[in-house]
Design a protein around this ligand. Structure first.
Ligand code: PEP
Ligand code: MN
Length: 379
């Protein structure tokens, strides 16, 4: 159940609703979701008490300050706020010229890692000219080997700020620990949480306290459910500006760096209101495969792309093999934007919605009955 309080609900009204939860010994979590106080209630229904439960929820609906009560399907209980059912509209995350989700498509380009001012500013100017609306670049790098280049740290963040000043592009950069978050967030427009940290729960909680968007990458061994529950940590913390990023998963295949799980795009569209972008660079690990997979991701309905670009990939300190040159990036952007126009993504996405009951759900008895059927089917 998701109880959404009215914008003008008073502290007393909220306390009253909470006292009702306590009286029924219902476990609940309070947070702010899209500017409104909400209570996420973990209740499983017992069919023998259906009548009683529906009377209770129907009476709660009449309490002053309560705007609506949504019945969240049992499958989505552990990820109520990220659930498709939690909002009327898909989420749009917007930072200056960068808008992703709910019909908005954006391409973020830039180097794997910040190396020096010239490399970064030159890349920022070039990706902007090619049509990117965000600049990526790591200052804190999660490297498999401790001997590999670890990033320029705060110096790198300062260069990112310079590149933003030179181009106006919002910057996307990674934080790896909760301790790093405040400093990274001071410079970044979007904080990235990398694949290796998708299940770093203290980091996710820290990201939930930020009031800037978070780009959350799918763990390369994480299921879709685990991915969404990781995002749920951030939303439950009160930060609803989350962009999901599919970046490839580990399979038995060794000829590509990872396996790009493009099926995640339509699957996630049906399960969550959050925007989903695709990173074809880390997924394939090879520059020659990046344009094709960027195009495929766009055709599949992705809300955007995250692509690595370097002025001279052969000399890159990190991920040169998968980085595009300026020219290759420009061609990829042009092709993807054309695909985006040809494939009527909005139509395509509305097809994903077929059969999904997205009307406002109130806990009247017949609703609870179908809810119990779904609950039973799961156990
Ligand atoms: C990156 O974006 O440079 C990166 C390290 O990505 P991932 O966490 O997906 O490996
Ligand atoms: Mn990289």
């Amino acid at each position: 159940m998701l109880i959404r309080m009215k914008k003008e609900a008073t502290a007393d009204q909220i306390s009253f609703v909470k006292s009702q939860m306590d009286e029924r010994t219902l476990e609940f979590y309070q947070t702010v979701f899209w500017g409104q106080e909400v209570l996420v209630v973990q209740e499983s229904f017992d069919s023998s008490k259906l009548h009683d439960a529906s009377l209770f929820w129907a009476s709660l609906l009449e309490v002053s300050g309560v705007e609506e009560i949504l019945v969240i399907p049992p499958r989505d209980h552990q990820r109520t706020l990220t659930s498709y059912y939690a909002k009327k509209e898909r989420t749009k995350v917007e930072i200056g010229p960068l808008a992703v989700g709910n019909g908005h498509y954006a391409i973020i380009g830039g180097p794997c890692t910040v190396e020096n001012e010239e490399q970064l500013v030159e890349t920022a100017k070039s990706v902007k000219k090619s049509g990117a609306s965000g600049l990526r670049g790591g200052a804190y790098k999660p490297r498999t080997s401790p001997y590999a280049f670890q990033g320029m740290r705060e110096e790198g963040l300062k260069l990112l700020a310079k590149a933003r000043e030179a181009t106006g592009l919002p910057i996307v950069t990674e934080a790896m620990t909760p301790e790093e978050l405040p400093l990274v967030a001071q410079y970044a427009d979007v904080v990235q949480i990398g694949t290796r940290n998708m299940q770093n729960y203290r980091l996710l909680e820290g990201a939930g306290k930020l009031r800037i968007p978070v780009l959350l990458k799918r763990g390369f061994s994480a299921t879709i459910d685990e991915f969404l529950m990781a995002a749920e940590y951030i939303l439950l913390g009160g930060n609803d500006q989350v962009i999901l990023c599919e970046r490839g998963i580990r399979t038995f295949e060794n000829d590509t760096r990872f396996t790009l799980a493009l099926g995640a795009v339509p699957l996630l569209k049906g399960r969550t209101h959050l925007p989903i972008i695709v990173d074809p660079s880390h997924a394939t690990g090879y520059y020659k495969h990046v344009p094709a997979m960027a195009a495929a991701a766009t055709a599949a309905g992705a809300d955007g792309l995250l692509i690595e670009v370097h002025p001279d990939p052969q000399k890159a300190l990190c991920d040169g093999r998968q980085s595009l040159t300026f020219e290759e990036f420009e061609q990829t952007v042009v092709a993807c934007k054309k695909i985006r126009e040809i494939v009527n993504v909005t139509d395509l996405i509305s097809k994903y919605d077929t059969g999904v009951d997205r009307e406002r759900v109130i806990p009247v008895p017949h609703r609870l009955e179908s809810y119990i059927q779904a609950q039973n089917a799961m156990s």
